[in-house]
Ligand binder design. Sequence first.
Ligand code: SF4
Length: 682
Amino acid sequence: MKTRFCPNCGSMTFPGMPRCSSCGMPLDGSVENWSPPPKSDGPKVIAEVNPSAPYLPYEPREVQLDIIKDIRTALEAGKHIVIESGTGTGKTITSLAGSLEFAKAHGKKIIYITRTISQSDQVMRELKAISTLKPVSGITLTGRNKSCPLLQSRSDFDNLSPNALSTLCSDRKQRSQQGRSGGCPYFDQVSHQMDTVEAYCKRAFPKSDEIDAYCRGLKVCPYEVKKVMMKDFDVIVAPYIHIIDPDIRDNFLSVLDVEPKDIVLIVDEAHNLMDAVREQESFSINLRLVNSALDECGVLKKPEVADGVAIDDLVKAVKNSMRDLASGRIAFGGTEALLKADELEESLCKMLGNDRQHLGMMVERMNEIGENRQDAIADTDAPSCPLLELAVLLRRWVKSPSDRYVKAIRVNEDGEVLTAGCIDPVDIGKFMNELKGAVHMSGTLQPLSTYAKVLGLPMDSIPRTYPSPFPKENKLVIYSKDLTTNYQELQRNPAMKQQLQRTVAQLCNAVDKNILVFMPSYRVMKEMRPYLEEAIYKNLYWEESGRQKKTMAALDQFRSGRSGVFVCVMGGSIAEGMDFPGDELCFAVIVGIPYPPPSLEIKAMKDMFDQKYGPGFGWRLTSQIPAVRKMRQAIGRLIRTPTDRGMAVILDNRAARDARQLEAVPSDDPVADAVKFFAKKA
Ligand code: SF4
């Protein structure tokens, strides 16, 4: 096939292409009226306070006034409100406006937890807009590993784990406070620079990067200075971990000098919360750490963890148990196996000739030895103490009950790994019940009752859904009645795969718009790639597994064009985290239903929830709901403004089961339906 190049940006083009897919320039010579599409400026800030929503700085949409009123009412009653609201309802601004009115009137602090830094930056932008109408202050927190200037100045600290960094930081601060050598120069500046940084934050509402850069200029630690001054701010924007990790949360609330009843919690993108909690409570012990701990034992004088058992005997027993469990339990060709309750513990006891009670004591003793070792190396350049890290993880392992954790042995390219996957976190529910008001928000949270039940929210929590205010006719979602990626069907009918990839190519060639194709996995994407590269006559861009920079560069090119095809994986960063306003994205092709791949954790979780809430609940919670949510997230990328028009095609007839939630209709001929939709004038 002959190719040529765009005269404007030099991107590759093909004969018959109406426009360059990179810069959008018409290729038929009609360039006199062409200019790059304008970027959206966002809503205009109003000049006068609206009495029905005093903290809303924009011309209100009706639905926004409803949301603000409902939040206010729920908080006045001391309740949680669980909200799903469609695109265009302004989730960030309405949750802030409703909560601020209540919090300011009752002297409460707002803690706004987010999953991503870009979302916390968005909160700061909205607070800045609010500040043009009403006095308000806000500050955004980030983890120590992101903002510690000492860490950034030392390349040998690159791979420090959060625990190791926390230990190192405590030690440096203690030295600074005691006037000893080896302290932290950035910590020393905190009391001198606090007023300057506070004034800057209250004036400028800086994003996380901006505040870090400002503090770097003053040679002060942003992490510590924010900790000291945050109690003087109305809204604290923090990563999820500040609330979902019990130790960090206790510390955070005590520094803020508040109790749970004194705060209003806003949970952003709440559909992610449960997975984040489970992830937070899960942990692993890998062979590299065990080997490092063993090396460290070599410099100690064989301290005993029990009578006749030296510390290196215990670490060696861990290493040998990992090897034995992997070889004895993992099937030939496999990479993982479930462990029985206490299987590691029994193996350790057998190797060390001790019982369970003694094993617990040995792990405690190992912890003490690790702490002493940590103190001893604090003056040196050693970034962390592997022995202590291993002791902490072993202690967690023996204390993690098997009914709430899936314990497994796995092997990867670095050797054996012990994993403890949390399937039933209980702490978060207890905390939620201590709150006297919270707002849980997401664009894709349904079924709301399931969210409330699984998270353990109070029974009187209020569920609310608000539709998108954008014209319904601007969006069409269809699903194919004939195609599927169902495994059994693919086995039964080998032609199905060809039909699927042919339809993807036909859809991409038929629609002269920017198109996102969502594949169910990298494996399927790799399998279809050669065919699609041959059959699609447009610029094709790919999400590259593990190559974020390359993916982002490709995405930039795709966004600046108007007739390209970007192929990505469902549930990845493109499907969930990106905005595509206007013509940047008009058409989405979803290949298959993105059920999560089977895993030991999902299977255990499914069984546990079936037992807890009845047959079928586990499958709905672990497979159906996440798959529908992912598809709705992907479809949500299409319409970001009232004038956007977009269409999604789901190439899997199993979508019929969730057609109502997906707002999807069946189609005999997706290609013809797509052509018809885009032929209509907006
Ligand atoms: S005080 Fe700040 S700069 Fe110093 S080690 Fe701790 S986080 Fe890093």
